[in-house]
Design a protein around this ligand. Sequence first.
Ligand code: ZN
Length: 75
Amino acid sequence: MSTRPTATKFVEAEKWYFAVDCAKCGEAIAFAEAPSPQDDPTPKHATIRVRCPSCRKEHTYAAALISRRQGPEKE
Ligand SMILES: [Zn+2]
């Protein structure tokens, strides 16, 4: 089971996001909203450059490192 993103302000319960794990500190970085697996089973990615909200390290991530994750479940 993958880590669920928590660091970015637009992460909302039960929504889907594209995220990477920070190359420096390992924190999950959610950088874009994503369609659900039902809406788009095989989303395409380009290489992205994103700054970690936790350690502030900017890094380039290949498409293969990007995963789709879901926000926390509603209480
Ligand atoms: Zn980091």
